[in-house]
Design a protein around this ligand. Structure first.
Ligand code: ZN
Length: 72
C-alpha cells in the first residue's frame, strides 16, 4: 500500500497514512483531533528520487615494480 500524506482541515496538522490506492482522505479522520474528512496532499509519492550513483573508485593501484637499475 502506498504511503499518503494528509492534512487535517481542522487543526492543519499533516500526517501520513498507509492507505489503499486511490484513497483521497474522505474516509479518514485526523489522527490528532479526529475531524473528518482530511485533505490529501500530493508530495510523498513522486519524490522517490533516483539513487545517487557512487563515484567509481579511481584506480590507485600503481604498479610498484620499479625496473631494476642497471648496475653498470
Ligand atoms: Zn485535526
Amino acid at each position: 500500500m502506498p504511503l499518503y500524506e494528509f492534512q487535517c482541515e481542522e487543526c492543519q496538522k499533516i500526517f501520513t497514512r498507509l492507505s489503499p490506492m486511490g484513497e483521497d482522505g474522505t474516509n479518514l479522520e485526523c489522527v490528532y483531533c479526529a475531524a473528518k474528512p482530511v485533505k490529501k496532499i500530493f508530495s510523498t509519492f513522486a519524490t522517490a528520487g533516483q539513487a545517487v550513483k557512487s563515484a567509481p573508485l579511481t584506480a590507485t593501484s600503481s604498479s610498484n615494480c620499479a625496473p631494476g637499475s642497471p648496475f653498470r
